[in-house]
Design a protein around this ligand. Structure first.
Ligand SMILES: [Zn+2]
Length: 143
């Protein structure tokens, strides 16, 4: 992400002013060691919810930049690593910490539990039942 050497006033004639995707031509064989980096987690201001459990869901692109790119909606419950008390993706951890922070700042705002349709405990992001089950994971990385 280094700045280009373009000096002020110089114009290279390119009409495109934003970021663009430049396909890496010539590299056809999949690199298995970089699979982890080919995942993109989409975080929106208003996250979708899983229609069965009511838990918050993340849209995650897998195999980004390859022919196998796919987008899946994954519920936060499926992303939890209950043994490790963590989430596999930084973006998810950040989003969760952000919600915790908001809940703390605005304890009187009514919000739903991150893991079900129930009302969250005041100033928290989980309801009582989910706190017992998922509280350790949800609040684990919160600093
Ligand atoms: Zn709940």
């Amino acid at each position: 992400m280094a700045d280009t050497d373009t000096r002020p006033g110089e114009w290279d004639g390119d009409e495109f002013n934003g970021w663009r995707f430049i396909p890496h031509e010539g590299v056809q064989e999949p690199k298995e060691d970089v699979l982890d980096e080919q995942v993109k987690v989409w975080v929106a201001r208003s996250q979708p919810r899983d229609k069965h459990t009511g838990s918050i869901a993340f849209d995650i692109s897998f195999n980004v930049g390859t022919k196998n790119e796919s987008l899946s909606r994954v519920s936060i419950r499926e992303l939890m690593d209950l043994e490790d008390n963590s989430f596999p993706y930084e973006e998810v951890t950040e989003a969760v910490n952000d919600w915790i922070e908001k809940a703390k700042l605005f304890p009187h705002t009514r919000r739903k539990c991150l893991c079900c349709w129930k009302k969250a405990t005041k100033g928290k992001v989980l309801c009582q039942g989910c706190h017992t089950k998922f509280g350790e994971v949800i609040y684990a990385d919160y600093a």
